[in-house]
Design a protein around this ligand. Structure first.
Ligand SMILES: Nc1nc2c(ncn2[C@@H]2O[C@H](COP(=O)(O)OP(=O)(O)OP(=O)(O)O)[C@@H](O)[C@H]2O)c(=O)[nH]1
Ligand SMILES: [Mg+2]
Length: 325
């Protein structure tokens, strides 16, 4: 297993920026802002003035007021894209010193779907590693699905890697019944995941994650699937790993993944040895050649519980072919 990073390494980290585009994206940003992701700037980007007014973020950017009069993109990704282009200089300024940029968006609407690839390109051009986490529409949202398909392809062309969280997959896991409940559960999960990763980089944790290693794992060509499981300590390492592996949030076979990021959260009772055992259990599922990175952290409120999060990256399929970046 890899060396630990030192406390100085952690303190010297460069800024992490978390950007949300469109309604779903800025809702996640609002949650993250309240969860107080460490050392991370939050940026909310939308064409919808009313919605922007309702969220809290370090920067709130209303894009293309003259195009949409602050009323949203009405489901048109073309308007979303043009809106982001019109706000290019503002977006460039807020992304100037970003080293790591998380970009979160619910695909299927106008603003997020159209603007996110523009934002991703701007961050990438400024030298940031861009980690895109997208929500995929419910099967019932037929028009949104077609737009989402285009959106994911456009993002993939820019970044070569997209973490897809399918709203449909949340329902059995969280026993959610309505669209609203599915979306709320997804927003919370996205926010907590981004917070866990950014804390593992920028706060002193049981096992920290090195930012360069994170870059290497997350930049692997292909789709990425996230898996999350919660158990109590009594279930042991195997139980915790099983809980995670049985909850993929995107319907894709992850066994061909070429990279994996694991993160274990427990209470003050979590030890490095216990976390290592969980990681060992998870590793059985991976290609032995896969690039593995993991972190662990004790959080108040997790006493007696373990949360295991895995992001399997570099999964190639017809939809996510090799890129020529
Ligand atoms: N996680 C989450 N997803 C949502 C929420 N609202 C909508 N969605 C999903 O995200 C997709 C895009 O919706 P929005 O983010 O509201 O759309 P937008 O990007 O603001 O686009 P316009 O309103 O057309 O400008 C929808 O098709 C839903 O699948 C939410 O509050 N949370
Ligand atoms: Mg909207």
């Amino acid at each position: 297993m890899r060396d630990l990073v030192t406390e100085e390494d952690v303190r010297d980290r460069h800024p992490i920026v978390i950007v949300g585009c469109g309604g779903a994206g800025i809702t996640t940003i609002n949650r993250l802002h309240h969860l107080q992701a460490p050392r991370a700037r939050t940026i909310a980007v939308d064409t919808d003035r009313q919605h922007l007014d309702m969220v809290q973020a370090d920067s709130r950017i209303l894009i293309a007021r003259s195009l949409t009069r602050g009323l949203g993109a009405g489901g048109s990704p073309d308007i979303g894209r043009r809106a982001a282009e019109m706000a290019r200089s503002t977006l460039e300024a807020v992304l100037e010193d970003a080293e790591l940029c998380f970009l979160t968006v619910g695909l299927g609407g106008g603003t997020g779907t159209g603007a996110a690839p523009v934002v991703a390109q701007i961050a990438k051009d400024r030298g940031a590693t861009v980690i895109v986490v997208v929500g995929y529409p419910l099967n019932k949202e037929r028009e949104s699905l077609a737009r989402a398909e285009e959106g994911v392809a456009a993002l993939y062309r820019v970044t070569g890697s997209v973490v897809v969280l399918d709203n449909n997959r949340l329902q059995p896991r969280n026993q959610v019944r309505t669209h609203g409940q599915a979306f709320t559960a997804m927003d919370q999960l996205m926010a907590e995941t981004i917070k866990a990763i950014s804390e593992a980089i920028s706060e002193w944790s049981l096992i920290n994650i090195d930012i360069d290693d994170l870059r290497a794992v997350m930049s692997r060509d292909g789709a990425a699937v996230m898996l999350v499981g919660d158990t109590d300590r009594g279930s042991g390492a195997r139980g915790a790993a099983r809980a995670c592996l049985s909850h993929p949030l995107f319907d894709i076979d992850y066994h061909g993944a070429t990279g994996a990021l694991f993160h274990i959260t427990g209470g003050s009772d979590l030890t490095v040895q216990a976390a290592e055992e969980v990681v060992r259990e998870l590793m059985y599922e991976l290609d032995p050649m896969a690039d593995l990175l993991w972190g662990a952290r004790a959080e108040p409120g997790f006493e007696g519980c373990v949360r295991v999060m895995a992001i399997m990256t570099g999964i190639r399929s017809a939809r996510f072919p090799r890129t020529t970046r």
